[in-house]
Design a protein around this ligand. Structure first.
Ligand SMILES: Nc1ncnc2c1ncn2[C@@H]1O[C@H](COP(=O)(O)OP(=O)(O)OP(=O)(O)O)[C@@H](O)[C@H]1O
Ligand SMILES: [Mg+2]
Length: 275
């Protein structure tokens, strides 16, 4: 573990899953920003990458993909602490990570025939939940089994969403999926913590209108917008290319400030206010 956890020794980490059915809406960027910000605020954070695509969170945070990762984590039917610990590696500024192995996609077939298949991640994380304050789970852009595992393992689901119609459709699919997991997956009680509007461009006339629509849909599902939207800036891409957290690469950039606001809103929502 990179950091000493802040919460009471016996407390279990809060698991936050980042999901949207649509690709490219800044799920990984948002998960990374949350992990880096929570780490900088002194929390012990573990990231879990459920997406094997090139350009995933593991790549951005500089994880070594040759080390054991999510695949080894999910493979054990009865996860033991030492085996889970072997899958965890430290990063420079994002906390610890369980990286997504390149052959994770190939494992879907065998994982999908497992009994209790929606709860593989939840069970696997159990032995280390006491070591962390937060576990940040990044998911692939589809409501497939690994995404369902992320949602079923979560206390809080955060939906990154761009202000366009197809991202909003992807957001609605996740909101419905969370409700279904609550109803049908025994023992899973995820709730939607909020929506983060991403890659926001207020100069594009359609986006402010869409932002209002996102707030309406969120409210219909009892969810809120976390912050006022993360503005589009080339620094977000540059930071990922350099393997550095945006908040360190360009601390005064619009997106870095906007993500801090979103994280503060999330913490306030779970009853933690800034000093
Ligand atoms: N605020 C921002 N400003 C500019 N570019 C951004 C911003 N946030 C994210 N991006 C860029 O958008 C692209 C997609 O982001 P990201 O990989 O986080 O999306 P994703 O939803 O995880 O994608 P996928 O569905 O493929 O997993 C990346 O190139 C990223 O650098
Ligand atoms: Mg991603």
């Amino acid at each position: 573990m990179t950091r000493q956890k802040q919460s009471d020794g016996a407390a279990r980490a809060r698991v936050i899953a980042f999901a949207n059915q649509k690709g490219g809406v800044a799920k990984s960027t948002t998960a990374e920003a949350f992990a880096a910000s929570l780490t900088a605020r002194g929390y012990a954070v573990l990231m879990v990458d459920m997406d094997a695509q090139p350009g995933n969170l593991s790549m951005h945070v500089g994880a070594d993909k040759d080390l054991p990762g999510t695949l080894e984590l999910l493979e054990h039917r009865r996860p033991m602490r030492e085996k889970v610990l072997r899958c965890i590696q430290p990063t420079r500024s994002f906390g610890d990570v369980i990286c997504a192995n390149e052959d994770l996609d190939d494992a879907d077939k065998s994982l999908s025939s497992r009994v209790g298949r929606e709860l593989m991640l939840s069970r696997a994380l159990e032995p280390v939940l006491g070591d962390y304050d937060f576990v940040v789970v990044d998911t692939p852009p589809a409501l497939q089994l690994r995404t369902l595992n992320g949602i079923a393992a979560a206390d809080d689901v955060v939906v990154p969403c761009m202000a366009d119609a197809s991202s909003v459709a992807g957001m609605e699919a996740v909101l419905e999926c969370v409700a279904e997991v609550r109803e049908f997956v025994r023992g899973a009680q995820p709730r939607v913590a909020g929506i983060v509007v991403t890659r926001y461009d207020a100069r594009n006339n359609l986006e402010p209108e869409m932002l209002d629509r996102i707030a309406e849909i969120a409210a219909e599902h009892g969810a809120v917008l976390l912050g006022r939207g993360v503005r589009n800036t080339v620094n977000a891409r540059k930071a990922q290319r350099s393997g550095e957290a945006l908040r360190r690469f360009a601390p005064q950039s619009t997106a870095a400030l906007d993500y801090e606001e979103a994280v503060s809103a999330y913490l306030a929502d779970i009853g933690i206010t800034d000093d």
